[in-house]
Design a protein around this ligand. Structure first.
Ligand code: AMP
Ligand code: MG
Length: 324
């Protein structure tokens, strides 16, 4: 198991490990990240190794201020507007890479663009302390459920890393929203912790969805967040012995026969549901039920990201489908 330190006591130790080329699990506002120096190829390779992540799946680079961001990505006016409005926060911008940027190529997995985010909390202080951008995918084994608590991260990756920084449960609970500006148009590459509607209100344009030819956001494979149990979605009637992931005040038919029940948000609040999603998925999986049945969750706001993650959790698990 890794050493677990609270955010208050961990900064110096975490900075030392990062500068020595080691990945450290740290809290962000979205989910826990496995952070390493994005300028150091060996450190970045260790992220891929610890997660068992395929090398064609690029990483998001995290910065602590705009000066650091400007040294890495070419901001068009729309991307700059979104950064000004939503950073620090759960928004990732895909930008052309600056030629002079000191980011190791392994981070980009061969792309000529870079995914950039300015997070809040401990990771932000850590980036400022080491003075380098940090690559930080979610702190979980590739294809498994993202960690939203230090205990979950330690149980999954503790044997392979030295330090987990405990900042308590992550407030947002799902990964960042990823968008890419293309000549005044905006594409949604991954729904996440910032609702599409909020981005559209600021940008003044609709987010375009759906894939262009090829894998535009290469890590977005079908199966991901996979629990041991099978996952059944939009369930209005549950079978005896299934574990129930509920949402809102009204229950699916047969709920009284469930092996266990977790309610993502009894009052039907998508923010609360997002914050609970991964920990409740783990909790229901730990009951040993063969099936986790999930009640319908409205698609608006953060519901888009929640439904996206649940669809991936429910997807068939062929080897090609495993992602990070
Ligand atoms: P995460 O696993 O949360 O760190 O998210 C990384 C995801 O960001 C990848 O799986 C890709 O989908 C996306 N991503 C990273 N870099 C790029 C890029 N240059 N262009 C498009 N998507 C990217
Ligand atoms: Mg991930």
């Amino acid at each position: 198991m890794a050493v677990v330190l609270t955010a208050e006591e961990a900064l110096e130790k975490a900075a030392k490990l990062i500068l020595a080329g080691n990945p450290v699990a740290v809290p962000t506002e979205t989910v826990y990240g496995l952070a390493a120096d994005a300028t150091n190829g060996e450190a970045v390779a260790r992220i891929y190794d610890v997660k068992g992540r395929p090398r064609f799946n690029p990483l998001i680079v995290h910065v602590s201020d705009m000066e650091m961001a400007d040294a890495i990505g070419e901001f068009d006016p729309l991307s700059r507007l979104l950064a000004e409005k939503f950073w620090p926060g759960p928004l990732t911008l895909v930008l052309p890479l600056k030629k002079s940027a000191q980011i190791h190529p392994l981070v980009r997995a061969g792309l000529d663009t870079i995914a950039l985010r300015m997070p809040t909390g401990f990771i932000s202080r850590l980036i400022a302390r080491v003075g380098r951008p940090l690559a930080a995918p979610s702190a979980n084994s590739s294809g498994r459920i993202s960690g939203t608590s230090a205990a979950a991260v330690n149980a999954d990756l503790g044997a392979r890393i030295a330090l987990v920084v405990d900042g308590g449960p992550t407030p947002v609970g799902v990964e960042s929203t990823i968008v890419k500006s293309e000549g005044g148009r905006l594409r949604l590459l991954r729904p996440g912790g910032l609702a599409a509607e909020e981005i559209e209100a600021v940008a003044g344009v609709k987010l375009e969805r759906g894939r262009k030819a090829g894998l535009e956001a290469p890590g977005m494979m079908t199966s991901h967040y996979a629990p041991g149990a099978k996952v059944r979605l939009n369930v209005t009637e549950i079978a005896r012995g299934e574990a129930l992931m509920a949402f809102g005040p009204a229950r699916a038919k047969g709920a009284e026969g469930a092996k266990a029940v977790c309610n993502l948000s009894p009052k039907g609040d998508p923010h609360e549901a997002a914050a609970n999603l991964f920990s409740m998925l783990r909790e229901l999986d730990a009951t040993g039920a063969a099936v986790i049945a999930v009640e319908p969750i409205p698609a608006e706001g953060l519901g888009e990201a929640i439904n996206d993650r649940l669809r991936r959790a429910a997807a068939p698990r062929d080897i090609d489908g495993i992602s990070a």
